[in-house]
Ligand binder design. Structure first.
Ligand SMILES: Cc1cc2nc3c(=O)[nH]c(=O)nc-3n(C[C@H](O)[C@H](O)[C@H](O)COP(=O)(O)O)c2cc1C
Length: 209
Protein backbone atom coordinates (compact mmCIF):
# COMPACT_ATOMS: atom_id res chain seq x y z
CA UNK A 1 0.00 0.00 0.00
CA UNK A 2 1.36 3.38 -1.00
CA UNK A 3 0.37 6.85 0.14
CA UNK A 4 1.37 9.96 -1.78
CA UNK A 5 1.22 13.22 0.13
CA UNK A 6 1.16 16.49 -1.73
CA UNK A 7 2.01 19.72 0.06
CA UNK A 8 1.36 23.03 -1.67
CA UNK A 9 1.16 25.72 1.01
CA UNK A 10 3.82 28.36 0.52
CA UNK A 11 3.71 28.99 4.28
CA UNK A 12 5.97 26.70 6.27
CA UNK A 13 5.64 26.45 10.07
CA UNK A 14 2.16 27.93 10.53
CA UNK A 15 0.50 26.16 7.62
CA UNK A 16 -2.78 24.53 8.58
CA UNK A 17 -2.94 22.30 5.51
CA UNK A 18 0.63 21.07 6.02
CA UNK A 19 -0.14 20.15 9.61
CA UNK A 20 -3.40 18.33 8.70
CA UNK A 21 -1.79 16.44 5.81
CA UNK A 22 0.83 15.18 8.28
CA UNK A 23 -1.89 14.23 10.79
CA UNK A 24 -3.69 12.14 8.16
CA UNK A 25 -0.49 10.47 6.95
CA UNK A 26 0.63 9.64 10.49
CA UNK A 27 -2.78 8.20 11.41
CA UNK A 28 -2.92 5.99 8.30
CA UNK A 29 0.70 4.90 8.75
CA UNK A 30 0.05 3.93 12.37
CA UNK A 31 -2.91 1.81 11.32
CA UNK A 32 -1.05 0.23 8.40
CA UNK A 33 2.43 -0.97 9.26
CA UNK A 34 4.54 -1.18 6.12
CA UNK A 35 2.74 1.72 4.43
CA UNK A 36 5.03 3.36 1.88
CA UNK A 37 4.84 7.15 2.10
CA UNK A 38 6.02 9.40 -0.71
CA UNK A 39 6.02 13.18 -0.30
CA UNK A 40 5.97 15.80 -3.04
CA UNK A 41 6.35 19.32 -1.74
CA UNK A 42 5.27 21.60 -4.56
CA UNK A 43 6.25 24.76 -2.71
CA UNK A 44 9.78 23.55 -1.94
CA UNK A 45 10.23 22.07 -5.43
CA UNK A 46 8.06 24.04 -7.84
CA UNK A 47 6.95 22.56 -11.12
CA UNK A 48 7.31 25.06 -13.97
CA UNK A 49 4.32 26.57 -15.76
CA UNK A 50 3.35 24.86 -18.98
CA UNK A 51 5.28 27.04 -21.42
CA UNK A 52 5.02 26.81 -25.20
CA UNK A 53 8.22 24.77 -25.23
CA UNK A 54 7.01 22.32 -22.56
CA UNK A 55 3.47 21.99 -23.89
CA UNK A 56 4.07 19.46 -26.74
CA UNK A 57 5.47 16.95 -24.24
CA UNK A 58 2.50 17.20 -21.89
CA UNK A 59 -0.34 17.72 -24.34
CA UNK A 60 0.80 15.89 -27.48
CA UNK A 61 3.02 13.23 -25.90
CA UNK A 62 6.13 14.35 -27.79
CA UNK A 63 9.08 12.07 -26.89
CA UNK A 64 11.54 12.54 -29.76
CA UNK A 65 13.75 15.38 -31.02
CA UNK A 66 13.40 17.08 -27.65
CA UNK A 67 15.10 20.32 -26.65
CA UNK A 68 16.86 20.29 -23.25
CA UNK A 69 13.79 21.97 -21.70
CA UNK A 70 11.53 19.34 -23.23
CA UNK A 71 13.79 16.56 -21.91
CA UNK A 72 13.42 18.11 -18.47
CA UNK A 73 9.64 18.25 -18.95
CA UNK A 74 9.44 14.62 -20.04
CA UNK A 75 11.31 13.48 -16.94
CA UNK A 76 9.21 15.70 -14.65
CA UNK A 77 5.84 14.85 -16.19
CA UNK A 78 6.53 11.11 -16.18
CA UNK A 79 7.75 11.20 -12.57
CA UNK A 80 4.67 13.11 -11.42
CA UNK A 81 2.29 10.80 -13.25
CA UNK A 82 4.02 7.54 -12.19
CA UNK A 83 4.06 8.71 -8.58
CA UNK A 84 0.33 9.47 -8.73
CA UNK A 85 -0.75 6.35 -10.59
CA UNK A 86 1.22 4.05 -8.31
CA UNK A 87 -0.41 5.47 -5.13
CA UNK A 88 -3.42 3.85 -3.48
CA UNK A 89 -4.17 6.93 -1.36
CA UNK A 90 -3.31 10.51 -2.28
CA UNK A 91 -3.51 13.22 0.41
CA UNK A 92 -3.55 16.67 -1.17
CA UNK A 93 -2.87 19.80 0.88
CA UNK A 94 -4.89 22.52 -0.83
CA UNK A 95 -4.99 25.99 0.73
CA UNK A 96 -7.31 28.52 -0.87
CA UNK A 97 -5.36 31.25 -2.65
CA UNK A 98 -7.46 33.94 -4.29
CA UNK A 99 -10.55 31.71 -4.33
CA UNK A 100 -8.69 28.87 -6.05
CA UNK A 101 -5.57 26.80 -5.32
CA UNK A 102 -1.89 27.85 -5.20
CA UNK A 103 -0.39 28.00 -8.69
CA UNK A 104 2.12 25.36 -7.53
CA UNK A 105 -0.78 22.93 -7.10
CA UNK A 106 -2.28 23.95 -10.44
CA UNK A 107 1.06 23.13 -12.11
CA UNK A 108 0.88 19.61 -10.59
CA UNK A 109 -2.70 19.14 -11.85
CA UNK A 110 -1.52 20.30 -15.29
CA UNK A 111 0.72 17.19 -15.32
CA UNK A 112 -2.00 14.81 -14.11
CA UNK A 113 -4.66 15.54 -16.69
CA UNK A 114 -3.04 13.76 -19.63
CA UNK A 115 -4.99 12.65 -22.71
CA UNK A 116 -4.59 8.92 -23.27
CA UNK A 117 -3.04 8.47 -19.81
CA UNK A 118 -5.60 9.66 -17.26
CA UNK A 119 -8.54 10.49 -19.56
CA UNK A 120 -9.65 10.01 -23.12
CA UNK A 121 -12.40 11.31 -25.35
CA UNK A 122 -14.67 8.72 -26.94
CA UNK A 123 -18.06 8.71 -28.63
CA UNK A 124 -19.73 9.36 -25.28
CA UNK A 125 -17.45 12.22 -24.31
CA UNK A 126 -14.68 12.19 -21.75
CA UNK A 127 -13.78 9.03 -19.87
CA UNK A 128 -11.53 9.00 -16.79
CA UNK A 129 -8.76 6.40 -16.70
CA UNK A 130 -7.19 6.99 -13.29
CA UNK A 131 -9.84 5.49 -10.99
CA UNK A 132 -9.12 2.95 -8.28
CA UNK A 133 -7.43 5.23 -5.80
CA UNK A 134 -8.64 7.34 -2.91
CA UNK A 135 -7.99 11.08 -2.74
CA UNK A 136 -8.24 13.06 0.49
CA UNK A 137 -8.15 16.82 -0.05
CA UNK A 138 -7.17 18.99 2.91
CA UNK A 139 -8.84 22.33 2.33
CA UNK A 140 -7.69 25.32 4.40
CA UNK A 141 -9.06 28.80 3.90
CA UNK A 142 -9.26 32.13 5.64
CA UNK A 143 -12.99 32.71 5.19
CA UNK A 144 -16.11 30.57 5.44
CA UNK A 145 -17.67 29.32 2.22
CA UNK A 146 -19.46 26.07 3.10
CA UNK A 147 -22.26 27.66 5.10
CA UNK A 148 -22.37 31.10 3.52
CA UNK A 149 -24.46 31.15 0.31
CA UNK A 150 -23.21 34.67 -0.48
CA UNK A 151 -19.66 33.25 -0.83
CA UNK A 152 -20.54 30.13 -2.83
CA UNK A 153 -19.76 31.81 -6.16
CA UNK A 154 -16.22 32.56 -4.92
CA UNK A 155 -15.40 28.94 -4.13
CA UNK A 156 -13.14 27.51 -6.88
CA UNK A 157 -10.86 25.41 -4.70
CA UNK A 158 -12.64 22.27 -3.36
CA UNK A 159 -15.18 22.26 -6.19
CA UNK A 160 -12.47 22.60 -8.83
CA UNK A 161 -10.33 19.83 -7.36
CA UNK A 162 -13.34 17.52 -7.12
CA UNK A 163 -14.19 18.26 -10.77
CA UNK A 164 -10.62 17.57 -11.94
CA UNK A 165 -10.35 14.28 -10.02
CA UNK A 166 -13.77 13.20 -11.24
CA UNK A 167 -12.74 14.05 -14.83
CA UNK A 168 -9.80 11.65 -14.59
CA UNK A 169 -12.01 8.94 -13.08
CA UNK A 170 -11.56 9.39 -9.35
CA UNK A 171 -14.88 9.54 -7.54
CA UNK A 172 -13.57 8.51 -4.12
CA UNK A 173 -12.67 12.04 -3.00
CA UNK A 174 -13.00 13.10 0.63
CA UNK A 175 -12.63 16.68 1.84
CA UNK A 176 -11.10 17.53 5.22
CA UNK A 177 -11.93 21.20 5.69
CA UNK A 178 -10.48 23.85 8.00
CA UNK A 179 -12.18 27.13 7.13
CA UNK A 180 -12.38 30.47 8.90
CA UNK A 181 -8.63 30.29 9.60
CA UNK A 182 -8.31 34.06 9.15
CA UNK A 183 -11.20 34.93 11.45
CA UNK A 184 -9.36 35.09 14.77
CA UNK A 185 -7.62 32.59 17.08
CA UNK A 186 -10.85 31.08 18.37
CA UNK A 187 -12.27 30.47 14.90
CA UNK A 188 -8.92 29.06 13.79
CA UNK A 189 -8.74 26.61 16.72
CA UNK A 190 -12.35 25.55 16.14
CA UNK A 191 -11.72 24.98 12.43
CA UNK A 192 -8.64 22.85 13.10
CA UNK A 193 -10.50 20.83 15.77
CA UNK A 194 -13.36 20.19 13.30
CA UNK A 195 -10.86 19.01 10.68
CA UNK A 196 -9.16 16.73 13.20
CA UNK A 197 -12.53 15.22 14.15
CA UNK A 198 -13.21 14.58 10.47
CA UNK A 199 -9.79 12.91 10.14
CA UNK A 200 -10.60 10.64 13.12
CA UNK A 201 -13.82 9.62 11.33
CA UNK A 202 -12.23 9.16 7.90
CA UNK A 203 -9.01 7.32 8.65
CA UNK A 204 -10.57 4.03 9.85
CA UNK A 205 -12.65 4.00 6.63
CA UNK A 206 -9.60 4.68 4.48
CA UNK A 207 -7.68 1.89 6.20
CA UNK A 208 -10.56 -0.61 5.90
CA UNK A 209 -11.14 0.10 2.19
C1 LIG B 1 -1.77 34.34 -1.37
C2 LIG B 1 -2.94 34.03 -0.47
C3 LIG B 1 -4.21 34.17 -0.96
C4 LIG B 1 -5.30 33.87 -0.15
N1 LIG B 1 -6.56 33.96 -0.67
C5 LIG B 1 -7.64 33.61 0.10
C6 LIG B 1 -8.95 33.64 -0.44
O1 LIG B 1 -9.19 33.95 -1.59
N2 LIG B 1 -9.97 33.29 0.37
C7 LIG B 1 -9.77 32.87 1.66
O2 LIG B 1 -10.75 32.52 2.34
N3 LIG B 1 -8.55 32.83 2.19
C8 LIG B 1 -7.46 33.18 1.44
N4 LIG B 1 -6.20 33.13 1.96
C9 LIG B 1 -6.03 32.62 3.34
C10 LIG B 1 -5.61 31.16 3.32
O3 LIG B 1 -6.50 30.36 2.59
C11 LIG B 1 -5.51 30.64 4.76
O4 LIG B 1 -4.53 31.39 5.44
C12 LIG B 1 -5.15 29.17 4.80
O5 LIG B 1 -4.98 28.77 6.14
C13 LIG B 1 -3.87 28.89 4.01
O6 LIG B 1 -3.51 27.53 4.14
P1 LIG B 1 -2.19 27.15 4.93
O7 LIG B 1 -2.43 27.56 6.37
O8 LIG B 1 -2.06 25.69 4.77
O9 LIG B 1 -1.05 27.92 4.32
C14 LIG B 1 -5.11 33.44 1.19
C15 LIG B 1 -3.79 33.32 1.67
C16 LIG B 1 -2.72 33.62 0.87
C17 LIG B 1 -1.33 33.43 1.40
Amino acid sequence: MKLLQIQSSATEGASVSRQLVETITTAIAEAMPGLEVVTRDLAAHELPHLSAERMPVVRAGKTEDLTPVQQDELALAEAVLDEFLSADVVVVGAPMYNFSVPSQLKAWIDRLARAGRTFRYGPNGAEGLAGGRKVIVVSSRGGVYSSNPAMAAFEHQESWLKAVFSFIGITDVEIVRAEGIGMGPEARAKAIAAAEAEIARLVPQAVAA
